[in-house]
Design a protein around this ligand. Structure first.
Ligand code: 6R9
Length: 656
C-alpha cells in the first residue's frame, strides 16, 4: 500500500481544471518564474516573502545556513524581532476583527457550533497570557498542552506565543507514560489540560492521564496544572497544583503586552518518533517558521479572503500546528476546528460538516479517505459539497485508487487535489503541486515548492540524475526547517546531516519519473507510518520488553488496507511462559497503556527465536517480508546465526 507504483499511473495526468486556473493566484508561468527566482537568489526571494510578516524590527539578514557538520548552523531572518500571536491576532483586528477566525464543530453534531471572531480570540488569548504571566511563566519556559481539538487548544498555543513561552502539544491519544517522558524531556513548568476529551462519543480521561503522568519520576518540574472544564466530568483536583482555567482567566485584562521575540527564539517543541530511542523534541523557531507556514498556506491552498478552510488534523500533530493554527490565522483565514472523528455519528460526517459550514478548502489524510471509500459512494452522494473548490492530502503516500475516489466522488471531478509531502521537521509543505499551476498525477506529490531543492541519492550518497529511485534528500534550507532536537543538538546533526554529508536526509524513499515529478514511496528507516502517524519500531519494542513475561521483541510495518501500514510484532517470551491468546491480548493492551492507542500492534506473532546476524543484529528485512506474507522474497538467509528460526517464523506467520 505504502509504495505507490508510478509506472502505469504516471500516464494518467489530471490537468489543472481550466475554471480553477482562471481564478488561481499562481499559474504555470508564475510557478516556473518564481521557482527559478527562488533558486537563483534565495536571499532576495525570501526577503520579499518576509514582508508579509508584521515585524517589530524587520530583519536585515535573510539566509545564514551551513549543512556542513563542522560548521553547522541554520538561521533565518536572524536579526528580526516579532511576535507570532500578534501576527495571528492583533494584525487582523483592523480589517478582520469581526471575521470568524475559528469555527468550532463539536464531536456531537447536536452541540452548538462556536464561531469565534478574531476580536474574541484576541481577547481570550490575552486573558490566558496574562494569567500565565501571573502564574510565573516567563519567556523561554516550556508549557505542555494536552487538550482535545477544542478552541482552548488554539488559545493555549497562542497565549504561550504571546509571552514567549515554548509550547509542547501532546496528542490527546497519548498515554501517561508518553506524557511523562515528554514533560521530563523539556522540564515543563505548567500543563494545560481538560477534564475529559470527547471523540466519537467516547470520553478520554485527560486529567486522569495527566495525574498518572505527574506521579511518574522526572516530572516534578511541573508546578501548575490548568484544567479546562469541557465535559463537566468530576475530576480529582490536587491543591494547590491544580487550577480551573475559568478561575485563573477570570478578571484578567483582555489586552496583553506581547513579548518581543527574536526570529530565532523558539516558538514550539513537538515530539515525533524517530528510528531510534525516545521521541525527539523537534524545535521550531519564530520568524522563519511563521513566514514559511503563512506563505505556503496561501500559495498551496490558493487562499482567498472568503475561504472556509478545514484541516482535519489534530493540533497534536504538526499538520494541526501549521495548517489549522499558525498558517491560517497569520493569513486572517477562517479555520474549522473539528473535535470529532469521520465515522461518528455516521460515515458521512465529514461531508455533512463541509455542507454545514460551506467549507471551500478541505485537507485530510489518505487513511481517512481509504476508510470512507470502503463505505461506498452513497454517504458522500447524499451531501452537496458544492462549496468545495480544492482538496488536499497529507501524512502518507496516497494510493491512486483512493486518489481517484477522492477526486471523482468527493470532489465531483471538479476540484484539484494537492498531495502535500512534508514532515514535522520541515515545518510546512515542501513538495506539492500548486493547484492552479501544476497538473496532477494520482499518487505523486509532483513538484517542489519555491526554494526547495529535492534530490535523490543512492545508498552511497551519490546524486542520481533523471528518472531514478533513491533516498530523498534536500540540498538547501528553507525558513520553516527545524533548528534542533530540544536538548540534544548532536542528535539533530547525527540524525539528519551525517548520513549524506552536506544534505538533509528525510528518511523517505522516492521515485522521480521521466517528467521530473516526485513520488514518495514511504519511510526507509525504522519508522512505521500508521494512519499518517509516525511510530518508531524501537518505542513499541521497548514497551513490549517492559512486560514481565517478554524476553525480546522485534517490530516491523506491514501493508494495511486502511491504515497504510500496520504494526507487526514478533515476541519471544521468557522461558516457561505459555504462548496463549490471552497473553497476546494482554501484550497489545500493555503497549496501548504504555504509549497510547496509535501504537496498538495489529498482530503479535510468537517467535521462539528471532533472525539475527552472527553479530547479534536483528535482520528486519526478513521479518518485514514474513509480515508482508512474501516468504518467497526472503533472499539470502545464510548469514544468519541460526537460519532455522526463519522456517518456524514463516510457518506460523499471519498470512499462512
Ligand atoms: C506532515 C506530516 C512525516 C512522514 C514523511 C513521510 C510521510 C507525509 C506525505 C508522506 C507521502 C505525502 N508523508 N506526507 N508520504 N506523501 N504527501 O505528516 O509529518 O507526522 O512528521 O510525518 O510522513 O514518510 O517522512 P510527520
Amino acid at each position: 500500500m505504502a509504495a505507490t507504483e508510478p509506472t502505469e499511473t504516471a500516464k494518467l495526468v489530471y490537468p489543472v481544471p481550466p475554471a480553477f486556473a482562471a481564478q488561481a493566484r499562481l499559474r504555470r508561468d508564475d510557478y516556473d518564474r518564481l521557482y527559478a527566482e527562488s533558486l537563483a537568489d534565495p536571499d532576495g526571494f525570501w526577503r520579499r516573502v518576509a514582508d508579509r510578516i508584521d515585524w517589530i524590527t524587520p530583519p536585515t539578514q535573510v539566509r545564514d545556513v551551513s549543512f556542513d557538520v563542522e560548521d553547522f548552523h541554520i538561521r533565518w531572518y536572524a536579526d528580526g524581532v516579532l511576535n507570532a500571536s500578534v501576527n495571528c491576532l492583533d494584525r487582523q483586528l483592523p480589517m478582520r476583527g469581526d471575521k470568524v477566525a475559528l469555527l468550532f464543530e463539536p464531536d456531537d453534531p447536536n452541540t452548538p457550533v462556536q464561531r469565534i471572531t478574531y476580536r474574541e480570540l484576541h481577547a481570550r488569548v490575552c486573558r490566558l497570557a496574562n494569567a500565565l504571566r501571573n502564574l510565573g511563566v516567563a519567556k523561554g519556559d516550556r508549557i505542555t498542552i494536552y487538550l482535545p481539538m477544542v478552541p482552548e487548544a488554539v488559545v493555549a498555543m497562542l497565549a504561550c506565543a504571546r509571552i514567549g513561552a515554548i509550547h509542547s502539544v501532546i496528542f490527546g491519544g497519548f498515554a501517561p507514560r508518553s506524557i511523562a517522558d515528554r514533560i521530563a524531556d523539556c522540564t515543563s513548568k505548567l500543563v494545560i489540560t481538560a477534564d475529559e476529551g470527547l471523540r466519537g462519543g467516547k470520553r478520554v480521561p485527560l486529567k486522569a492521564n495527566v495525574d498518572a503522568a505527574l506521579a511518574m519520576p522526572g516530572t516534578n518540574s511541573v508546578e501548575t496544572v490548568l484544567v479546562v472544564r469541557h465535559t463537566g466530568a468530576a475530576v480529582d483536583m490536587q491543591m494547590p497544583r491544580d487550577r480551573w482555567m475559568e478561575a485563573v482567566v477570570e478578571g484578567q485584562p483582555d489586552t496583553c503586552e506581547p513579548e518581543p521575540m527574536n526570529a530565532e527564539d523558539p516558538l514550539f517543541i513537538l515530539y515525533t518518533s524517530g528510528s531510534t530511542g525516545k521521541p525527539k523534541g523537534v524545535l521550531h523557531t519564530t520568524g522563519g517558521y511563521l513566514t514559511y507556514v503563512a506563505y505556503t498556506h496561501e500559495c498551496i491552498f490558493d487562499l482567498r479572503e472568503d475561504d472556509i478552510f478545514w484541516c482535519t488534523a489534530d493540533v497534536g500533530w504538526v499538520t494541526g500546528h501549521s495548517y489549522t493554527v499558525y498558517g491560517p490565522l497569520a493569513n486572517g483565514a477562517t479555520a474549522v476546528v473539528f473535535e470529532g472523528v469521520p465515522n461518528h455519528p455516521d460515515v458521512s460526517r465529514f461531508w455533512q460538516v463541509i455542507d454545514k459550514h460551506g467549507v471551500t478548502l478541505f485537507y485530510t489524510a489518505p487513511t481517512a479517505i481509504r476508510a470512507l471509500m470502503r463505505e461506498g459512494d452513497d454517504p458522500v452522494r447524499g451531501t452537496s459539497r458544492r462549496s468545495l473548490r480544492l482538496l488536499g492530502t497529507v501524512g502518507e503516500p496516497i494510493n491512486p485508487e483512493a486518489w481517484r475516489w477522492y477526486h471523482d466522488v468527493v470532489g465531483d471531478a471538479r476540484c484539484p487535489i494537492i498531495d502535500t509531502w512534508w514532515q514535522t521537521e520541515t515545518g510546512g509543505a515542501l513538495i506539492t503541486p500548486l493547484p492552479g499551476a501544476i497538473d496532477q498525477k494520482p499518487g505523486s506529490a509532483m513538484t517542489p515548492f519555491f526554494g526547495i531543492r529535492p534530490a535523490l541519492v543512492d545508498a552511497e550518497g551519490r546524486l542520481l540524475e533523471g528518472e531514478a529511485t533513491g533516498n530523498l534528500v534536500l540540498l538547501d534550507s528553507w525558513p520553516g526547517q527545524m533548528r534542533t532536537v530540544y536538548g540534544d543538538h548532536a542528535r539533530f546533526i547525527d540524525t539528519y546531516f551525517r548520513t549524506y554529508p552536506g544534505m538533509y536526509f528525510t528518511g523517505d524513499g522516492c521515485h522521480r519519473d521521466a517528467d521530473g515529478d516526485y513520488w514518495i514511496t514511504g519511510r526507509v528507516d525504522d519508522v512505521i507510518n500508521v494512519s499518517g502517524h509516525r511510530i518508531g519500531t524501537a518505542e513499541v519494542e521497548s514497551a513490549l520488553v517492559s512486560h514481565p513475561k517478554v524476553a525480546e521483541a522485534a517490530v516491523v510495518g506491514f501493508p494495511h488496507d486502511i491504515k497504510g501500514q500496520g504494526i507487526y510484532a514478533y515476541v519471544t517470551l521468557l522461558a516457561g511462559e505459555a504462548e496463549t491468546d490471552a497473553l497476546r491480548a494482554e501484550l497489545v493492551g500493555h503497549v496501548r497503556k504504555e504509549i497510547g492507542p496509535t501504537a496498538t500492534p495489529d498482530h503479535v506473532q510468537w517467535a521462539p527465536g528471532l533472525p539475527k546476524t552472527r553479530s547479534g543484529k536483528i535482520m528486519r528485512r526478513i521479518l518485514r517480508k514474513i509480515a508482508e506474507d512474501a516468504p518467497e522474497q526472503l533472499g539470502d538467509t545464510s548469514t544468519l546465526a541460526d537460519p532455522s528460526v526463519v522456517d518456524s517464523l514463516v510457518r506460523n506467520r499471519r498470512g499462512a
